[in-house]
Design a protein around this ligand. Sequence first.
Ligand SMILES: [Mn+2]
Length: 232
Amino acid sequence: MILFISDLHLSFDKPEITRHFVHFLQTRARQAKTIYILGDLFDAWVGDDDFTAPNAQIRRELKRLTDSGVTVYLQRGNRDFLIGERFARGTGVILLDDYAVIDLEGEKTLLTHGDLLCSDDVAYQTFRTKSRTLEWQQNVLSKPLWLRLIAARWYRIRSFFHKQKKSDYVMDVNQNTVENLMQKYQCTRLIHGHTHRPARHEFNLNGQKAQRFVLSAWNDEGGSVLCFEDKK
Ligand SMILES: [Mn+2]
């Protein structure tokens, strides 16, 4: 079994989601061969030196899962893009680049968090480019942990109000961007999260059938998991 999840947005203020995720890691995840976490596992990530709740527990549970033999891949999202090598070493998860191509049931499949597909949100893409530079990240990570935690809290509040102002159209993926990327990576299937608009879109890509799976966000009631049977 190959499982895909994203957008859990784990945080101190949402203990129910943490509970659902820990339960998942201890039960269903154990039956899987591979798990892909496609970004925004955490609602904010201010650096691998942050072990405040629920981070320490999540790290411990991920480590137990990878130790049990399950392979876990992780893509960073727009909220937790500062996850780094120390986190990976401590949990045994394997970090993936922003775009990853895998063979899924014999079909080349492109994996990405999804924020890069929202190319109509120009303001966000400008911030994204800046915040992925070594200089920006070193500057942020050089600040004391308490300051980064306060800044993250403020950023989350600000982002909540920004989202209210942006139109639905701007917040969704751009179909041209989707098709260009799928052609570039020669994939007929795309799996992503980020938009919190779970769906399975089918369309035509240069005369071929193409699919785009959008994963759903987790909430207090639980989370959904996209599952593929491993035929090998
Ligand atoms: Mn996201």
